[in-house]
Design a protein around this ligand. Structure first.
Ligand code: SAM
Length: 285
């Protein structure tokens, strides 16, 4: 595969079909072949793998994926792009299934069952940034069989996913991601690797799905309600943040006692608590 012809190829496709990248679908096409290979390397795609790509766009990364994986399933919302992919650009890719749908409305568990016998897939995507979090959390929460997600996301979101407790990037997304996976920041990607250029820096992260949650809680919903309340008002102490929070009924004293029993200050803010500590306090309250 020639790696440095992607910018010319992208311009050629846009011209040939008179396409204007659609902002409303977050269409910023990758034009750097080396970055595409880096993403696929970070995902560890082999010829045994079935890959689920979200948003193939004009098929630039899809071609590379089809060359390296056993099978590729691609979900694209844009009907016009799907037509071009099927009829022209990717018509020779015999190991590819393209689905014209909104990824948020697809029953992906069912799709993986029919397309890959229910065996885990590797998700690889240059995500549409306007729905990054719903896509990631949707895949986790619906327990889609998958080994990992290797994703191009906004750099700031990548930093939030991989952050450590007590840092400015640490938040509800970090805790949620660490409940389901191990996060690895594989590369930073500058704006000039896309056409059109986005306004933000990007980064590639790999989320390796954990075989089981690293903490045990009786009520996962309650733990995440505490996490949401803690970061909804992150400058407040946890005692204050949890007062009147939805789904939690406790007094300030309850929170103070729980924090003290965990060896933390009763005035601690939620932002210093690790996933394990959120699990613990959820059990104590
Ligand atoms: N993979 C291509 C690349 O790297 O050049 C395109 C990436 S572009 C950032 C995001 C892609 O996701 C676009 O093709 C867009 O049409 C598609 N997309 C946006 N919203 C979607 C949704 N809800 N469901 C499926 N695809 C979507």
């Amino acid at each position: 595969m020639i790696l440095n012809d992607e910018p010319a190829r992208t311009i050629g496709i846009l011209k040939k079909y008179d396409l204007m990248p659609r902002k409303k679908f977050g269409q910023n096409f990758l034009i750097d072949g080396h970055v595409i290979e880096k993403i696929i390397d970070a995902a560890g795609v082999t010829e045994d793998d079935c890959v689920l790509e979200i948003g193939p766009g004009i098929g630039t990364m899809t071609r590379h994926l089809c060359a390296r994986a056993r099978k590729v399933i691609a979900i694209e919302i844009d009907r016009d792009l799907v037509k071009i992919l099927k009829e022209d650009i990717l018509k020779d890719c015999t190991n590819l299934t393209i689905i014209n749908e909104d990824v948020l409305k697809v029953d992906i568990e069912e799709l993986v069952r029919t397309e890959n016998g229910g065996r885990p897939v590797k998700v690889v995507a240059n995500l549409p940034y306007y729905i990054t979090t719903p896509i990631i959390m949707g895949l986790f929460e619906k327990h889609v069989p998958m080994e990992s997600m290797t994703l191009m996301v906004q750099k700031e979101v990548a930093q939030r996913m991989c952050a450590k407790p007590g840092t400015k990037d640490y938040g509800a997304l970090t805790v949620a991601v660490s409940y389901y996976s191990e996060c690895y920041l594989a590369a930073n990607v500058p704006m000039n690797c896309f056409m059109p250029r986005p306004d933000v820096m990007s980064a590639v992260v790999r989320l390796t799905v954990l075989p089981q949650a690293p903490v045990t809680v009786k009520d996962r919903g309650k733990m995440f309600a505490i996490v949401k309340a803690a970061f909804g008002q992150r400058r407040k102490t946890l005692q204050n943040a949890l007062m009147n929070a939805q789904g939690i009924s406790c007094t300030k004293e309850d929170v103070a006692n729980a924090l003290e029993s965990m060896g933390l200050s009763p005035l601690a803010r939620g932002e210093v608590l690790s996933l394990e500590q959120f699990a613990r306090i959820s059990e104590l309250l």
